[in-house]
Design a protein around this ligand. Structure first.
Ligand code: PMP
Length: 427
């Protein structure tokens, strides 16, 4: 993830839309150009089929049954955990906790690692570009413990201010909670380098990988982080399933954060003992079918190859960046040197929500608004942006449709023919 964008990545190399049934349905009578992958990705037939097959052929509750189906379902669920382990290159399968997604994974760390350990005056370091999911859980734990948030500023081009980061990292920093890729700007942060620095100061590191895992191979051991969170639905898998990677030494000493079945060793009214990780953190019946379909999504993505996906999306990003910068009146927000497939932009004289509605009528699905990153929007002095976010099935035709629809919107608003920003700076 930390290698510079391949300067030679000019040509999209994948043509996989046919694997995704929903992409063949017209929207408003038009061919769908689905460019809202940052919000959620579409699902390949292989994933839809894996979930359906589980219910058709293997459904039973896990861990509790002596009967064959229960054991079979348990094997599939455990197999899914091993698939996630290999996907992230975690050292052990018990370092993978299934959660509902990134949000739940971060809340788990906040409540189970943070709440018992943090004290008044301890510092949690995060950045201006965090998604609300990597802000609000820490605010809650600050209220509970007296810890305080420190915020790494963002430069005009959407990169983190690394000098400020070095200055903010101190003796009181207990945790660095940082996004791998910004959902609003596409910036890829140097998380391995930041982890090294934070560890030198004795801090623990959580990386929010929600926007990273679908775009390039992630290796938690190479990053060196203590926690890594991601959501299945942004990785061509189902909603309601995701995972937290936690280093075994840390997970071992973390108390449960939710109580219930499956997370205990013994229960008595005067003393209850808890199962080891990861079961300790998976109270109640989990999303068994979701975990199995997530493993199918990982198999699909790895079958295509994350290196190829990266090359393909970088070519699209490059094409889209040039095409948008060439439209008079369009300003790109976020022009970091290293970006994953996100194009955030503003069109002079057209509110992002109006733009989103006009684009939708043309069959172009984008997102408009603050992207759950309100502090970042405040930093740039804007209420929101329009955001086109790329997936492995997108092609040049989707970006051409985006550009044509923007022209149409400018015609409708009578704003066509402004000045092209070219460099895309927003300051
Ligand atoms: N972090 C980032 C960077 C995200 O983009 C998102 C989803 N937009 C989340 C966290 C939260 O993910 P989820 O809603 O799947 O829990």
């Amino acid at each position: 993830m930390n290698a510079p964008c391949d300067p030679g990545a000019q040509t999209p190399i994948l043509d996989l839309a046919a694997d995704f049934p929903i992409l063949s349905r017209p929207v408003h009578g038009r061919r769908l150009a689905y460019l809202d992958n940052g919000a959620t990705t579409q699902k390949p037939a292989a994933v839809i089929e894996a979930e359906a097959r589980f219910y058709r052929e293997s459904n039973a509750n896990i861990h509790r049954g002596v009967h064959w189906l229960s054991q079979h379902a348990t094997e599939l669920y455990d197999g899914a955990r091993a698939t996630v382990q290999r996907f992230l290159n975690a050292a052990r399968a018990d370092e993978i906790v299934f959660t509902r997604g990134t949000t739940e994974a971060i809340n788990l760390v906040a409540q189970s690692w943070g709440r018992p350990r943090l004290a008044a005056g301890d510092e949690i370091l995060l950045s201006t570009m965090e998604h609300h999911s990597n802000i609000v859980p820490w605010q809650l734990v600050c209220e509970q413990t007296g810890a305080v948030l420190k915020v790494i500023p963002v430069r005009d081009n959407g990169e983190l201010d690394m000098a400020a980061f070095a200055g903010l990292l101190g003796e009181r920093t207990r945790l660095l909670a940082i996004t791998h890729v910004s959902n609003a700007l596409g910036t890829v942060n140097p998380v391995a380098k930041m982890t090294r620095r934070a560890h030198e100061m004795g801090a623990v590191v959580l990386v929010d990988g929600a926007q990273a895992v679908a775009h390039q191979a992630v290796d938690v051991q190479a990053i060196g982080c203590d926690f890594y969170a991601f959501s299945g639905h942004k990785l061509y898998g189902p909603t309601g399933i995701g995972a937290l990677y936690g280093r075994a030494e840390l997970l071992r000493h973390m108390p449960p954060w939710q109580g219930g079945g499956d997370m205990i060793r013994t229960v008595a009214f005067d003393n209850t003992t808890f199962a080891p990780p990861p079961q300790r953190f998976e109270a109640g019946t989990p999303n068994i079918a979701g975990a199995i379909a997530l493993a199918a999504a990982i198999d699909y993505v790895q079958g295509v190859g994350l290196a190829r996906i990266h090359v393909h999306e970088q070519a699209l990003l490059d094409y889209g960046t040039r095409a948008l910068a060439a439209i008079p009146g369009v300003r790109l927000v976020g022009t970091a040197e290293r970006k994953a497939g996100i194009l955030s932009f503003l069109v002079d004289g057209i509110h992002p929500h109006d733009l989103g509605t006009i684009l939708d009528a043309e069959g172009v699905a984008i997102r408009a608004g603050h992207h759950c990153a309100m502090p970042l929007m405040t930093r740039f002095g804007i209420p929101g942006t329009a955001r086109a976010s790329l997936g492995l099935y997108n092609g040049l035709a989707d970006l051409d449709a985006l550009v044509a629809a923007i022209h149409k919107a400018q015609e409708l608003f009578g704003t066509r023919g402004g000045t092209a920003s070219g460099n895309g700076r927003v300051a």
